[in-house]
Design a protein around this ligand. Structure first.
Ligand code: ATP
Length: 336
């Protein structure tokens, strides 16, 4: 079956890692027609917009995209393209599976988490203003609709994957109303799953401490937007860094797959970016469209390459001396 997938190379290392993912997916034998679309600062140069209307329309039309990271200026400049894209396409749920990988030495070898992040509300609503000179405010938005739908998504997702426990990280002791609402909605949904899924709540500072001490205590984490962003990177650190953690953003009619990492301008265009997170995001995409055999084939291939642990193959972030290309080519060879 032929699948039409929008491919958004994005900024920084985006073009390098999305090219790698495309090559691996094509080599797996799946029939994908790629529609390459501009997004990010690169798009600004050629289309006059960081998120061109035709890019949005194409993702909406095809319902499926593999996206590279985009650069967000710090402290000023254009708003985050990711935040904008998630809002415009109503991609309300981000899923980031974080698991220990063979051959990558880290403090723990038994990490197997799924992070579910609310993607459209919280402090990322982007509503900020200067009240008077020297005083600014940022609004944290929480709605019953938004909190309930992410909770329902998390419990459905966990149940469909036979996961046993959901832990909500929150700060409802301080943000009694917004995080309080998040908790109330999660508890309400939880009551419908009480026979199947264990439920726990943890104040986020304690949760982070527990997570880095013993990640095996956790199964699925459910977080509002900002906490989910931060804890995703923290969890990535448990399994080898940002180069090895994939992600997906789901809405009602669209799914956009992208690695957790950003555009990594410090290593862009050097050919040393780890393509694995983007390739793994591609594997999530293949599973999503029902191409499970190809997804498993790719997963086995990169597990094999990691297991071999040939430093000449792997990228520097996971202890190798290789390049994006050497890593990608090794995965493609392992597919054959
Ligand atoms: P953003 O806020 O846009 O998500 P970030 O602050 O999380 O970005 P990244 O761009 O992800 O930052 O980079 C953080 C660090 O991780 C940098 O040192 C970068 O080089 C490294 N890094 C990120 N992705 C990769 C990758 N695929 N391969 C190797 N190193 C990476």
């Amino acid at each position: 079956m032929n699948h039409i997938v929008c491919l958004l190379p994005g900024d920084g290392i985006g073009p390098e890692v999305t090219t790698a993912a495309r090559e691996v997916i094509d080599a797996s034998g799946v029939d994908v027609e790629w529609v390459v679309l501009p997004v990010g600062t690169t798009a600004l140069e050629f289309c006059g917009s960081v998120l061109p209307a035709r890019t949005l329309a194409a993702i909406e039309g095809h319902g499926l995209a593999l996206k590279g990271p985009t650069t967000t200026p710090v402290g000023s400049g254009h708003p985050s393209i990711n935040v904008e894209l998630r809002k415009r396409l109503n991609l309300f749920a981000a899923v980031r599976p974080v698991r220990s990988l063979p051959g990558i030495k880290t403090r723990f070898d038994n990490v197997d988490l799924i992070i579910v992040r609310e993607n459209t509300e919280g402090l990322y609503s982007g509503i900020e203003n200067e009240v008077v000179e020297g005083v600014v405010q940022s609004l944290k938005i929480a709605t019953t609709k938004g909190c309930s739908r992410i909770a329902r998504f998390a419990f459905d997702y966990a149940a469909s994957r036979n996961r046993k426990k959901i832990t909500v990280f929150h700060k409802a002791n301080i943000m009694k109303m917004s995080d309080g609402l998040f908790l109330r909605c999660a508890r309400k949904v939880q009551s419908q799953y009480a026979d199947r899924i264990e439920y726990d709540e943890m104040i986020i500072d304690n949760g982070c401490m527990q997570l880095v001490r013993d990640p095996s205590k956790f199964d699925v984490l459910l977080l509002e937007n900002l906490y989910g962003d931060i804890v995703s990177d923290l969890a990535a650190g448990l399994v080898g860094g940002l180069g090895v953690v994939p992600g997906a953003n789901f809405g009602k009619s669209c799914a956009v797959f992208e690695a957790v990492h950003g555009s990594a301008p410090d290593i862009a265009r050097q050919g040393i970016a780890n393509p694995l997170a983007c390739i793994m995001s591609g594997v999530m995409l293949l599973n999503y469209v029902g191409e499970t055999a190809a997804a498993t084939k790719i997963r086995n291939a990169y597990d094999h390459v990691l297991q071999e642990a040939n430093p000449e193959t792997l990228t520097p972030d996971i202890g190798g001396t290789g390049t994006t290309q050497s890593f990608t080519e090794a995965i493609i060879r392992a597919l054959m």
